[in-house]
Every structure is written in structure tokens, then in C-alpha cells.
Design a protein around this ligand. Structure first.
Ligand code: ADP
Ligand code: MG
Length: 324
């Protein structure tokens, strides 16, 4: 426990490494240790059931099921149900059955390679979220299909951690799952939470800060995980399910601000795939989140819900997108 002299603020930090990510949870108030311990245990448990590589995880069992039904835990059933719904709402820009293609690029193993177009076309036969059948605690996918929750697991986990902290009497906290941030409750000094978003063109520095009440703020960017070929061409880890290549539709980073961590995580990936025009259309139709888009032409676009609490630190022009 440390204390901050200016506002007599007590907090406890807990660092956890899970899901390939350095996570930090800061819980404000006295006696948060038990709550943080429960949160850490929940994170480890969710990793053990969601991981695509851990032998015996729900996802690993589904991926080795050869078309047979697999019994899964309630959490896996919940995340799959929600994720499949968002795959549909985003018209397949999010597709959690992309794993065979991600694998062929080496994004799952770090053995990076550029697959032949023919290989990708063949693997795309096994990509289609609408073939996932979740029926309560049972899930079935066609033989050859494989799931990967990489685009949504941290968002779901941030919601689960918030729930556990709240159940354990914590009134406010910041849950930082490696760029996937969720605040809950009021900041003890009554001010708004300030959340910085990284500059995708200068990843050591912040691009902007937004001030919010309780919210999730999730960023997907092409700088998070990538490799380069001998010509310096960059290939990144968010793929367009339409052609199986890294999504290259004009955006380099997408930040989504909303209530649910899972929804924001899913959308940050999906809107990145869609590109500027479709992302703006999607926002106008749905209106249940705010977003910050950064284009490959070094322009920032942000929605009007965060107009009064957005501060740009860069030289890039920043334009507000309005509802109509
Ligand atoms: P990060 O985990 O780096 O914060 P994202 O939330 O955007 O980033 O998730 C990217 C991960 O999602 C990839 O590593 C991959 O496992 C998976 N993925 C990539 N493209 C898609 C897609 N179009 N739909 C669903 N999952 C994807
Ligand atoms: Mg995501």
C-alpha cells in the first residue's frame, strides 16, 4: 500500500502476467488485498479456460473436437455467445474462427511467414463464425474449424475483474490489461479518470488523453504485434476475414470508449478491420459507444460524445465526427 500525500488517497496495486499481457489493477481504499487476490485468481482461471494453447482449456478442447459437441464452462459459454453476436453485428469484420489463418501467418507462434495466396484461400474455407453453435453449456464447430478469443478475452476479463472487485467491497479501481483499460466507480478525489491513448506513429508517447467517468477504453493498433519482410513491408496481427491478409483499410489505430469491456474490445478489432467510412457508419447506426480513429494519412477522428473531454497532444489534425 502506498499513499499519495496531496489527496490522502490510498490504493493497492496488483501486477499479474496472464494472457500474454502485463496487467495492473489499482484498487482504491483500505483493505483491498483480499479483493485483489480474488481478481488475480479469476484472471488465471479465465486464462486457463480461454487460452488457445493451454492443453485442456475449453477453447483447446473445442479446437480438437472434430465436429463433436464439447461441454464448456459458463464463462466460455457467455463469452462465445456474446462474441458470436458481435461477429454478426459487424458483418463478419470480427470473426473468432480466423485461427487457422492466423496460424499460417505465424501470429500464434512467432514463426512469422507470408503464406501463399492459395494457402490462405484454402484456409478461409474454415472461417465462418455463423457455423459456431453454442447451446447452453455445449458448443459445436465443424471439423477443421478453430476458435481464438484473442480479440475479446481481455475485454471480457476486465468486466469480470470489475464485478469481483465490486462484490468484494471495492468502490473504485483502474483495471489495465495491457492497453485494455476499464475504470470503475468514482475517482476518490471526485475528479474524472484520465486515460491516455498511445500515438500509433510514435509508440513511446501518448497521442491524447480523455477524461471519463466509469468506462472501458480499448485500443487496437497495427503497431501492437507485427513483423516486417526484407523490403520493410509491415504485416500485423489483425486480419481481414474477407481475404485473410492484415486488415489495411486506412486505419492504424482504433480506440473504443463504452460501458462494456467485452463490447469495446470486440469493436476495436472490428472497426480496425472495417476502415474509416464503415466504422463511421457503424457508429452512426449504433451510437452506444465513442471512438477515436487514427488514419494512415496521420489524421485523428473522434466522435462527439467525447468532444469536451479530449485533448490532442500531437501535431496531427483532429476532427470531430457528429451524429448526423
Ligand atoms: P490486442 O490483443 O493486441 O490488444 P485486439 O483486441 O485487436 O488486439 O485483438 C487482436 C487479436 O485478435 C489477434 O492477435 C488475433 O488473435 C485475433 N484477430 C485478428 N484479427 C481478427 C479478426 N478480424 N476477428 C477476430 N479476431 C481477430
Ligand atoms: Mg479487440
Amino acid at each position: 500500500m502506498r499513499s499519495n500525500s496531496s489527496v490522502a488517497e490510498n490504493y493497492s496495486d496488483r501486477n499479474v502476467f496472464a494472457m500474454d499481457t502485463f496487467m495492473t489493477i489499482r484498487a482504491y481504499g483500505d483493505n483491498c488485498e483480499e479483493a485483489l487476490q480474488s481478481a488475480e485468481e479469476k484472471i488465471k482461471y479465465l486464462e486457463s479456460i480461454f487460452s488457445v494453447t493451454i492443453e485442456g482449456s475449453d477453447i483447446n478442447k473445442i479446437n480438437n473436437s472434430h465436429g463433436n459437441a464439447v461441454e464448456i464452462s459458463p464463462e466460455t459459454s457467455e463469452i462465445l455467445g456474446e462474441a458470436v453476436k458481435i461477429c454478426g453485428e459487424t458483418d463478419g469484420a470480427l470473426d473468432i474462427t480466423l485461427y487457422p489463418v492466423l496460424n499460417s501467418w505465424g501470429f500464434t507462434s512467432d514463426d512469422f511467414r507470408i503464406p501463399e495466396p492459395k494457402e490462405i484461400t484454402e484456409l478461409l474455407e474454415y472461417v465462418n463464425y455463423s457455423k459456431i453453435c453454442v447451446n447452453g453449456r455445449n458448443v459445436t464447430i465443424p471439423d477443421g474449424f478453430q476458435l481464438d478469443l484473442g480479440a475479446v478475452a481481455k475485454g471480457y476479463t476486465s468486466d469480470a475483474v470489475a464485478d469481483i472487485l465490486r462484490e468484494n467491497g471495492v468502490e473504485s479501481a483502474v483495471i489495465n490489461l495491457g492497453g485494455n483499460i476499464r475504470t470503475f466507480g468514482e475517482k476518490p478525489d471526485g475528479s474524472l479518470w484520465k486515460i491516455a491513448v498511445r500515438d500509433p506513429f510514435d509508440t513511446e508517447n501518448d497521442m491524447c488523453v480523455i477524461e471519463t467517468r466509469e468506462a472501458s477504453v480499448v485500443t487496437s493498433g497495427n503497431y501492437e504485434r507485427f513483423f516486417e519482410d526484407t523490403d520493410g513491408q509491415r504485416y500485423w496481427h489483425i486480419l481481414d476475414p474477407l481475404d485473410g491478409f492484415p486488415a489495411d483499410n486506412g486505419l492504424v489505430s482504433v480506440t473504443v470508449i463504452g460501458e462494456s469491456g467485452l463490447y469495446c474490445d470486440a469493436l476495436s478489432t472490428a472497426l480496425f478491420v472495417m476502415g474509416e467510412d464503415m466504422a463511421v457508419d457503424f457508429w452512426r447506426k449504433n451510437q452506444d459507444f465513442d471512438m477515436i480513429l487514427v488514419t494512415d494519412l496521420h489524421k485523428i477522428l473522434y466522435t462527439d460524445g467525447i468532444e469536451d473531454c479530449f485533448e490532442n497532444f500531437t501535431e496531427m489534425p483532429a476532427e470531430v465526427i457528429r451524429r448526423d
